[in-house]
Design a protein around this ligand. Structure first.
Ligand SMILES: Cc1ncc(C[n+]2csc(CCOP(=O)(O)OP(=O)(O)O)c2C)c(N)n1
Ligand SMILES: CC(=O)[C@@H](O)[C@H](O)COP(=O)(O)O
Ligand SMILES: [Mg+2]
Length: 646
């Protein structure tokens, strides 16, 4: 194990019990410093991790585990990218350096990893609903002393799901505390009216006067011991219908609101939470924090860059860029970002939409160039899709860019609001296929399967940058209807990518290579590995044809008739789930047309695949270059043996 030295306090903490039993409140500030330093030491070296969010909640994490009796009291982190301090305090310091590596610790809380991880996360805005479910189950089981805490960021709070949870919570007398961790940031700066509201509430003099009075009363309440609940309840009732309720969104939801408080004052946090423990019913504590807190370059620098900076020099704060050996191809997201601006300059109907991932998907390029035509709508995938549908009804051509796995949230909106009305919405599904270190929560495994079953929907994937541009060009032509273009995380293969736009006839694939012995049918950039596999196979005496299908829907039937007339050994390859994916579509075509062939489908199997590099995961699932070669050799060998034995 690499020698990362914890500070003298952190060294004594394996589990929260140690924190609670060995330290008094005045030592928690040093515990927090040591947790923070440990995160900086490890993450600066291993890179490949989230960073700013965890630094911002160090004091909050220490206070929560100090005050609450975890894991009996149930702590639910929203998204979970901020839970590194939590992992360090809950038995995982010794594996922390394996964060997000193949076979190593997950970057997110995960129930199978620890009993302290009460709810598996990765996608945002689930914490309130999850914790409320736990709280009502506890109530039903008469576990009335059990506390339930959801920690949710201001960004995650913008999602409808969070409000659905609030709506039910305010109607229960569940034993639940929602900690709203407000740092004014999502990955990019947080957006929208709620963000403005949270800022207002933080700065409003009238509001804060009332709030201070409440705190004073509460300060007294904690001294009343067993009578505290009764008194708190009286205070709360007295405040109902007053300025607090009228001016506070959360109070209107029937939740008791406390705050805003300094989220970096660990002693203050402990005192407040001790008080809140005694107050019955659902309540919300609004905590103000700074992303990157305590590490100067992150605290004072660009918070978006420090969300997940990669390897950095912890002394200087310099983020170490990996220098490519040869001229490097751009990331697919960058090709999207530049190409949409080029297209929008020519077509004034084009608009851009992203739910909270402007720098992740590079729509920020259009947002800077054409601010009235490109929108970050917050973490709100469902809204992003229906909002795009609305734009499309007015003749606009929205490019709605959503990471493949986040699109899972908006399936009904795609079906009901877009496809059923045959609206011209272009879905650019970034991060399709294996994403790597984020793991099972984020792999874009299912989009081919769920998009291709929707009537009217075109489903395509480019093999390279030029094809991405051409598909984008094609999708914005008149009356195309709903049109999906999926592409993966990372770079393509064409350093000279800025090729002139050309229309691609919808539903046409491309023969990339002729061959005698068998055929590979691929979709998307994974086909570039197949090109390499075919070269090696030829050296080994196997002549494989290669067809890039480009469209999963509609399929290129003419091309497939050619394939099935010529080959009876076919391997389909997709960076996506094989169940219902492109391979399934090919099997359907074979059955519908009464062909027979030996078909093997390579892709993501019917199970959750964890984290690792993309190549490690392709290898695990047998569709790295090596896996493709092996599959072809095996198929040829097997079929030859079958022929001989006949
Ligand atoms: C459904 C969903 N959409 C988008 C994301 C990507 N994402 C991860 S963290 C994040 C920002 C969350 O902001 P906030 O909750 O305020 O947490 P902070 O990083 O500020 O601590 C986003 C947009 C996600 N994880 N899940
Ligand atoms: C936690 C989360 O959901 C995001 O931070 C995600 O990790 C971003 O992924 P990319 O790095 O692929 O943009
Ligand atoms: Mg935030």
């Amino acid at each position: 194990m690499p020698d990362y030295k914890p500070g003298p306090y952190l060294e004594q903490i394996e589990f929260p019990k140690d924190l609670r039993e060995k330290f008094d409140i005045n030592q928690l500030s040093q515990v927090s410093d040591e947790v923070r330093n440990y995160i900086v030491d490890v993450i600066s070296e291993i890179g490949n991790s989230h960073f700013g969010a965890s630094l911002g909640v160090v004091e909050l994490t220490v206070a929560l585990h100090y005050v609450f009796n975890t894991p009996y009291d149930q702590l639910v982190w929203d998204v979970g990218h901020q839970a590194y301090g939590h992992k360090l305090l809950t038995g995982r310091r010794k594996i922390f350096h394996t964060n997000r590596l193949y076979g190593g610790m997950s970057g997110f809380p995960k129930r199978s990893e620890s009993e302290y991880d009460t709810f598996g996360v990765g996608h945002s805005s689930t914490s309130i609903s999850g914790a409320l479910g736990m709280a009502l189950a506890s109530k039903y089981k008469n576990e009335n002393d059990r506390q339930h805490i959801a920690v949710i960021g201001d960004g995650s709070m913008t999602a409808g799901l969070a409000f659905e949870g609030l709506n039910q919570a305010g109607f229960t007398n569940s034993n639940m505390l929602i900690v709203l961790n407000d740092n004014c940031m999502s990955i990019d700066p947080n957006v929208g009216a709620l963000k403005e509201y949270l800022t207002d509430i933080t700065t409003s003099h009238t509001y804060n006067k009332v709030k201070d009075d409440v705190w004073k009363l509460l300060g007294k309440v904690s001294k009343f011991g067993p009578n505290a609940q009764v008194i708190a309840s009286k205070i709360s009732h007295a405040l109902k219908g007053t300025l607090l309720k009228q001016s506070n969104l959360f109070e209107s939801f029937n939740l008791r609101y406390f705050g805003p408080v300094d989220g970096h004052d660990v002693v203050g946090l402990v005192n407040i939470m001790e008080d809140l423990k005694d107050i019955p019913g659902p309540k919300i504590l609004h905590v103000l924090t700074k992303k990157g807190k305590g590490y100067k370059p992150a605290e004072e620098g660009n918070a978006t860059k420090w969300h997940a900076p990669g390897v950095f020099n912890k002394e200087t704060g310099e983020i170490i860029k990996v220098v490519p050996k040869s001229p490097q191809a751009p990331k697919f997201q960058e090709v999207f970002g530049h190409s949409i601006v080029e297209l929008a300059e020519k077509n004034d109907k084009i608009m851009g939409v992203t739910p909270a991932m402007p720098s992740g998907c590079s729509l920020n390029i259009m947002m800077a160039a054409m601010p009235d035509r490109a929108f970050d709508v917050g973490i709100a995938e469902q809204h992003a899709v229906t909002f795009s549908a609305g734009l499309a009804t007015q003749g606009m051509v929205p490019f709605c860019n959503i990471y493949s796995s986040f699109m899972q949230r908006a399936y009904d909106q795609v079906l009901h609001d877009v496809a059923l009305q045959n609206l011209n919405v272009v879905f650019c599904l970034d991060r399709a296929g294996f994403v790597g270190a984020d793991g099972a929560t984020h792999h874009g495994a299912y989009d081919i399967s769920f998009m291709r079953s929707i009537p009217n929907m075109v489903v395509s994937s480019p093999i390279n940058e030029e094809e991405l541009r051409n598909l984008m060009y094609t999708a914005q032509l008149k009356d195309q209807g709903p049109f999906t273009i999926r592409y993966p995380r990372g770079a393509g293969v064409m350093p000279q990518w800025k090729t002139p736009f050309k229309e691609i006839k919808v539903g046409t694939g491309k023969k990339l290579r002729a061959g005698e012995d068998m055929a590979f049918l691929t979709i998307g950039p994974i086909g570039n590995l197949t090109i390499q596999a075919c070269d090696t196979l030829l050296e080994k005496g196997i002549s494989a044809a290669h067809y890039d299908m480009r469209f999963v829907k509609p399929l290129d039937e003419a091309l497939l008739h050619e394939v099935f007339s010529k080959y009876n050994k076919i391997i389909t390859i997709e960076d996506g789930c094989v169940m219902g994916g492109m391979g399934s579509a090919i099997l359907e075509f074979m059955a519908d047309n009464q062909y027979t062939a030996h078909i093997q489908r390579l892709g993501i199997p019917d199970k959750y695949i964890q984290h690792g590099t993309q190549n490690q995961l392709y290898a695990e699932c047998g569709y790295d270059v090596e896996g493709m070669i092996k599959a072809a050799e095996k198929m040829i060998q097997k079929d030859n043996n079958l022929t001989i034995s006949k």
